[in-house]
Design a protein around this ligand. Structure first.
Ligand code: GLV
Ligand code: GLV
Length: 321
């Protein structure tokens, strides 16, 4: 009989089609997240789980699935929502979707950089609210990227592509911090720095690293206090990197000049979050990988990961555990 796969959401068709050819697919074919109780019920007896970053895959889910579960494949590059130790204990392979979303995420990171540094939210609001008086030589002046020092926290696949895109905008200098220096940094003219030095000297600080136990809440009061008053903070990785109360305090007291967030904690960000009232804070609903091309490729790669695993092969994009 065909292997059984559970898909936790309506996703671009590519991955679903691929799996349907070879597997018996059960599908939460809706745009809302599968409720936890439904997930626990539906995962029972499955050989593979096709999930998203909205599903916490922990011992409870793996136990509910049963001992025949061979793989968990997430349609995301981040896998902080998956308990790798529990997967490893059970011999379950974990797949993810690097590379296929790198350009899209780097592009949206640039969009947030440009939007915050050129004060697009304030400008758009002013137009809508009838506060556009006249062409004004001293109104809505921003810092821009030309001549800026940009600090990238995490020079992985995405950070690297962001740096490539920064140079054509005329940045003066790119610094990066990471757990260790990267040999490929010289290819994009990025200079290794301690996080401290990066925070102190950058005009823009970008969160481009994966969320781990170690860097949870990395951008806190202490970090914001080291940043320039003119600095802008942009995060396109995970909301868990940021202490949001501290970010709000830093923004509302002009300790830093602005922020652009594609990710928050929690998601969705409640509409009464004080961050949303700030003119100098742009919040997007976690859409960095949301291009047609990228999301289609993410779906397809997730399907390929599952098929490879079910065929006893290494996944094209397998998490090393
Ligand atoms: C999105 O945040 C992803 O991890 O793919
Ligand atoms: C702006 O529109 C200018 O002409 O300088």
């Amino acid at each position: 009989s065909k292997p059984k796969v559970y898909i936790t959401r309506k996703v671009p068709v590519e991955g679903v089609r691929l799996l349907a050819e070879h597997c018996e697919v059960t599908h939460w074919d809706r745009e809302d997240a599968v409720p936890r109780v439904e997930l626990l019920k539906n995962v029972s007896g499955m050989d593979a789980l096709f999930c998203l970053l909205t599903e916490k895959v922990d011992a409870e889910v793996l136990n509910a699935a049963g001992p025949q579960l061979k793989c968990v494949a997430t349609m995301s590059v981040g896998y902080d929502h998956i308990d790798l130790a529990e997967c490893k204990k059970r011999g379950i392979s974990v797949g993810f979707t690097p590379d296929v979303l790198t350009n899209a995420v780097a592009e949206l990171t640039m969009a947030l950089l440009l939007a915050t540094s050129r004060r697009l939210k304030e400008g758009m609001n002013a137009v809508i609210q009838g506060k556009w008086g006249t062409w004004n030589p001293i109104w809505l002046l921003g810092s821009g990227l030309d001549g800026a020092t940009v600090g990238v926290v995490g020079l992985g696949r995405i950070g690297f592509e962001v740096v490539k895109r920064l140079h054509p905008f005329g940045v003066a200098k790119v610094l990066y911090s990471d757990v260790e220096p990267k040999s490929y940094a010289k290819d994009v003219n990025a200079e290794y720095a301690t996080l401290d030095d990066l925070l102190k000297t950058s005009d823009f600080v970008l969160g481009c690293c994966a969320l781990t136990k170690e860097n949870m809440g990395l951008f806190n009061k202490d970090a914001f206090s080291k940043m320039k008053n003119t600095a802008i903070f942009v995060n396109t990785s995970r909301g868990g990197l940021v202490n949001q109360d501290d970010l709000y305090a830093a923004l509302s007291t002009n300790q830093i000049a602005g922020a652009g967030l594609d990710v928050t904690n929690p998601e969705p960000l409640p509409t009464d979050s004080p961050l949303l009232k700030l003119e100098n804070c742009i919040v997007l609903p976690h859409i960095a990988s949301a291009t047609i091309k990228s999301r289609s490729a993410m779906s397809e790669l997730t399907g390929q990961n599952i098929l490879a695993c079910l065929n006893g092969k290494k996944m094209p994009a397998q998490v090393v555990v």
